[in-house]
Design a protein around this ligand. Structure first.
Ligand SMILES: [Zn+2]
Length: 253
C-alpha cells in the first residue's frame, strides 16, 4: 500500500485526521462544520454520514467501486466448470487422504449444487431481477441457475465500520420477503448481506459469503484484502475531496 493510504487508515482509526471537528478541538478553526452541509464535520460524518455527500452520489460511487470488484470475483467463480451431479457423486469414492474435488463437493458449496449459472450486478442501478419473481427490488448481485432453479442474492453495504451489524440486519430484512417468494415458486434461494467497512475493514459476513460460494483458502484471503483496499482507496478519494463542492461521480475516471 502507498504510505499515505496506510497513514490515512491508521489516523482515521485513531481519529487524528484534520477533520473540521478535530481542527476545531485543536483550536485551529472557528467552526467545526462540514463544508458541504454545515453539520459537525467528524471523520464519520464526512466518510459516511453527510446527507449532501449522499445526495451527490459520493457514497454510491464508493459502493459501486467495491461492487464492481466483487462482481468480477464472483463472475470468475460462476463461470468455472463444475462436475455434473453424477460426477460429483463418483468423485466422493476416492482414496483416503486424497483431497481436491472430493473435499470440495463434500463441503456443499452453493455453486457446486447447480450448473449453467448466470449473473447480474446492479452497477449503474440497472439490475432487473431474474424472471422467477416479479419485483422492483434490486439486490446488488444476483447469481442464478434457471435449469437448477437456484438463486443467490448478494447485497453489499460500505458503512462506517461500527455500523456493519446494523447494515446487515437492515438488508436482511429488506430482502427476506423476496427470498420467501422465490422459495414458494420452487426455487432454492440464498441471501447474503455483506459489508465492507468504509475504512477498509471487511465484516465476517463477507468471508462467509465467499466461502459459501466456493471461494476458499488463499483466493478468499486475497479477495477480502482487495475488497477492503477498494473501499479504503475510494474513502481516501472522498476524504481528499471533502471540500470540493462541485464533486462529480466521474471525478477520477
Ligand atoms: Zn456534511
Amino acid at each position: 500500500m502507498e504510505p499515505f493510504r496506510i497513514s490515512l487508515m491508521l489516523r482515521s482509526v485513531y481519529d487524528t485526521l484534520p477533520s473540521p471537528s478535530n481542527l476545531h478541538q485543536w483550536g485551529l478553526i472557528e467552526e467545526p462544520s462540514c463544508k458541504l452541509c454545515g453539520e459537525r464535520g467528524t471523520m464519520a460524518h464526512i466518510l459516511s454520514g453527510c446527507k449532501v455527500a449522499l445526495t451527490q452520489g459520493r457514497h454510491r460511487w464508493r459502493h459501486d467501486k467495491v461492487l464492481k470488484h466483487l462482481a468480477e470475483i464472483l463472475d470468475i467463480e460462476r463461470r468455472k466448470k463444475r462436475p455434473s451431479t453424477t460426477e460429483a457423486k463418483q468423485i466422493r469414492f476416492v482414496r483416503e487422504g486424497d483431497t481436491g474435488h472430493a473435499t470440495k463437493s463434500q463441503q456443499h458449496f452453493i455453486l457446486d449444487k447447480g450448473s449453467e449459472w448466470n449473473m447480474r450486478a446492479d452497477i449503474g442501478k440497472k439490475l432487473v431481477f431474474p424472471e422467477c419473481v416479479h419485483t422492483t427490488l434490486r439486490p446488488d448481485i444476483v447469481v442464478w441457475s434457471q435449469s437448477s432453479k437456484m438463486i443467490v442474492a448478494i447485497e453489499l453495504t460500505v458503512p462506517w465500520e461500527e455500523r456493519c451489524e446494523e447494515a446487515y440486519k437492515r438488508k436482511k430484512e429488506k430482502y427476506t420477503e423476496l427470498m420467501t417468494t422465490c422459495r414458494e415458486r420452487g426455487w432454492k434461494a440464498w441471501l447474503f448481506p455483506v459489508e465492507v467497512g468504509c475504512r477498509g475493514f471487511p465484516a465476517q459476513s463477507l468471508w462467509r459469503m465467499l466461502q459459501a460460494m466456493g471461494i476458499v483458502g488463499k483466493p478468499r484471503k486475497t479477495a477480502v484484502r482487495q475488497l477492503g483496499e477498494a473501499a479504503e482507496r475510494s474513502s481516501c478519494w472522498l476524504w481528499h475531496s471533502r471540500d470540493d463542492l462541485s464533486w462529480k461521480p466521474s471525478a477520477d475516471e
